[in-house]
Design a protein around this ligand. Structure first.
Ligand SMILES: Nc1nc2c(ncn2[C@@H]2O[C@H](COP(=O)(O)OP(=O)(O)OP(=O)(O)O)[C@@H](O)[C@H]2O)c(=O)[nH]1
Ligand SMILES: [Mg+2]
Length: 176
């Protein structure tokens, strides 16, 4: 999987999304430092919100293949300024979290992320799993794609073999 770095304000849903992408149990955990994992760099919301620490994020972005701007679907406003992605030296995608929330306004948040410069936007819910597969597929690299193709081919092969075996097994009454 390509390495994605998640930016977004406190409680935007970055850590929960990290858990969903990694197939982990969903449980609340307050991020207190930049959590550098194999496929995700999860960051504390304070780093995005505060000028004093935002510089650290610019440096960490060099370690990522993709930067994810995260906004919750029920945000009352966006912290990402227009054309923000022009300052990011990586591909930047938008991620709308919490689309299961009763007060979600996905289209409004989508427009904010488009304004920030995101071309690709993924609406997801880490609770229901909606949209997580699509985001994970976008983050696949060549190695993941080859492994998935091989697994799919093997599954299809074993399905065919089982079908053939069934076809040649004589019925009980024919065997007497
Ligand atoms: N309904 C709903 N709630 C969510 C979803 N994702 C996260 N939350 C809730 O939002 C709150 C904040 O989620 P976190 O993932 O901790 O947010 P964060 O962006 O990592 O926050 P910081 O670590 O403080 O920067 C938690 O109470 C989550 O349970 C979602 O998809 N749906
Ligand atoms: Mg967090």
């Amino acid at each position: 999987m390509k390495k994605i770095m998640l930016f977004g304000r406190v409680a935007a849903g970055k850590t929960t999304l990290t858990q969903a992408l990694r197939g982990e149990e969903i449980k609340y955990y307050k991020t207190q430092y930049v959590n550098y994992l194999d496929t995700v760099i999860d960051t504390p919301g304070e780093y995005t919100e505060r000028r004093e620490t935002s510089g650290a994020l610019a440096l960490y972005a060099y370690e990522a293949d993709i930067v994810g701007l995260v906004l919750s679907a029920n945000e009352p406003y966006s912290i990402f300024s227009p054309c923000l992605t022009s300052m990011v030296n990586r591909e930047a995608i938008g991620i709308i979290t919490g689309i299961d929330k009763p007060d979600a306004n996905v289209e409004r948040v989508r427009r904010w992320l488009q304004l920030a410069g995101c071309k690709k936007i993924f609406p997801v819910s880490s609770f229901t799993g909606e949209g997580i597969k699509e985001l994970a597929a976008y983050l696949e690299d060549d190695e993941d794609r080859a492994a998935r193709k091989k697994a799919e081919e093997e599954a299809a092969k074993s399905k065919n073999t089982t079908k053939k075996k069934r076809a040649v097994t004589p019925k009980k009454k024919d065997t007497v």
